[in-house]
Design a protein around this ligand. Structure first.
Ligand code: GLC
Length: 479
């Protein structure tokens, strides 16, 4: 079960490495950069969608689940990437999008029974789409109104129809036969909705994780997380066999637990949204620790991905080193989004925007060197580089004090940490925990703070002078 404590590196294919000068990243580009990933020591790569897509949701609107968009390459390129990754001991995790298709997927035209229809000339109920407006839209082919959890270009599949589970099972088997090692499963909590289409009630209290403002007005009691969902997830489990499924379940951990009947890991979004505040971080860690499968940690710890403001922009560049310590010293799997290892910050996004929900900012190209395009492309990048002269892989590679080197050291060090985590009392503004024989202490403040009692320091983000320097973290022998 290699995934249990894996470091999984998320590649956003459009923005990782372009190999043919069209300004868009591609599979050959990813292959060319694999040495960076094996030098870092990651166990697996999660590839955000590489399938044909009209790009209403930048690839999460899939029009052919077993195809590869020509902009990314061919199946041969995929095979070559997989071989090259496996040769280096790096596993390949695909992105599976089972909740919806693109409106341009042939199923939508030829198999309307695989989708969810209102059955009347108008919306069936008050359900909302995540990124705004009603979850019901009239069909351009005049067959009624269909339901969509996200953009109208992404009609939801009807998992109450056994044909859908069979077809998606075929997709899973296709990629496994092609040598994929597992799946990150998109929007899993949306897979099945209320059979009676009951209205969602108004939200009486804020949802525990951030939501778009309009969408947050309702409590998504019936449109999300139906009790019938687990039978559907079990079908994905059956198709995946022994290969890991990593669930994107955007719910507080307590409601994620039942998904672990069928998925191996689930993201702990509390951590991503905890800010840099001691009590909230402690609660997020507790929440993540409650995610277990067969008695082992099943949290996929995450501080950033392609959907949210980048970490350094969110918590401040001065905290990026300590955040790396946090992410990589928690028990379970750690998911790192491309660019976090060099501390990338948000960019301006596209003008006009590519993503209508404002997520371009976290999707700017990877910065490999100090040239104007950051070494990402020889052509015109689809989104400009943000600040390749300020931060890039090449210069940090050569600098022993860089964030990149720290990342690599942490990935090596995490293998030596004990299996359990125990939060310990510490000074205000300090987050501290024990991992077996090791102690981790993180100063969340801009002032020096006393470190909890400890033995020899084995890793420090800043010069260690007895106490914890502002924004510093240490890993030390426990007292
Ligand atoms: C997930 C993806 C996000 C996408 C949504 C709909 O949350 O991470 O990028 O917009 O699902 O597929």
């Amino acid at each position: 079960m290699w995934w249990r404590d894996a470091v999984v590196y998320q590649v956003y294919p459009r923005s990782f490495q372009d190999s043919d000068g069209d300004g868009v990243g591609d599979l050959r580009g990813i292959e060319r950069r694999l040495d960076h990933l094996s030098w870092l020591g990651v166990d697996a790569v999660w590839l955000s969608p590489i399938y044909p897509s009209p790009l209403a949701d930048m690839g999460y609107d899939v029009s052919d689940f077993t195809g590869i968009d020509p902009v990314y390459g061919t199946h041969d390129d995929f095979d070559s990437l997989r071989e090259a990754a496996h040769r280096r001991g790096i596993r390949l995790v695909m992105d599976l999008v089972p909740c919806h298709t693109s409106i341009e997927h042939p199923w939508f035209r030829d198999h309307p029974e695989r989708y969810i229809w209102s059955g009347r000339d108008g919306p069936r109920n008050n359900w909302l789409a995540t990124f705004g407006g009603s979850a019901w839209t009239p069909d351009p082919m005049n067959r009624g109104w269909y339901m969509h959890s996200f953009y109208p270009e992404q009609p939801d599949l009807n998992w109450r129809n056994p044909e859908v589970a069979r077809a998606m099972g075929d997709v899973v088997r296709f990629w496994l036969a092609r040598g994929a090692d597992g799946f990150r499963v998109d929007a899993l909590d949306r897979l099945v909705k209320d059979a009676e289409f009951r209205d969602d009630p108004p939200a009486r209290e804020p949802f525990p994780l951030p939501l778009p403002a309009e969408y947050a007005q309702l409590e998504h009691r019936h449109s999300v997380n139906s009790p019938d969902i687990h039978a559907a997830v079990a079908k994905l489990r059956a198709a995946a066999g022994e290969h890991p499924l990593i669930g994107e379940v955007y719910l507080p951990a307590a409601e994620v637990v039942p998904y672990l009947q069928s998925v191996d890991l689930a993201f702990c979004f509390e951590l991503l949204h905890a800010g840099w505040e001691r009590q909230r971080l402690r609660e997020a860690i507790d929440a993540g620790l409650s995610l277990e499968r067969d008695g082992a940690p099943a949290a996929a710890w995450v501080l950033s991905n392609h959907d949210f403001i980048r970490l350094a922009t969110r918590i401040g560049e001065e905290n990026a080193r300590a955040a790396a310590v946090l992410l990589l010293t928690l028990p379970g799997a750690a998911f790192a989004y491309q660019g976090e290892e060099i501390g990338m910050v948000d960019g301006p996004g596209g003008d006009p925007p590519f993503d209508r929900a404002g997520r371009d900012v976290a999707r700017h190209p990877m910065q490999w060197d100090a040239t104007p395009s950051g070494g990402f492309t020889d052509g015109d990048p689809w989104l400009p580089a943000v600040d390749p002269r300020v931060r890039n892989v090449a210069s940090q590679h050569d600098d022993e004090s860089s964030l990149l080197r720290l990342y690599r050291d942490l990935i090596a060090l995490r293998r030596t940490l004990g299996p359990d985590l125990e939060l310990i009392d510490s000074d205000l503004g300090v987050l501290a925990y024990r991992r077996g024989r090791h102690l981790v202490a993180i100063n969340l403040t801009p002032e020096e703070r006393p470190a909890p009692g400890h033995g020899e320091v084995v890793l420090a983000t800043h010069e260690h002078v007895g106490g914890l320097a502002p924004h510093a973290a240490i890993v030390a022998a426990a007292d």
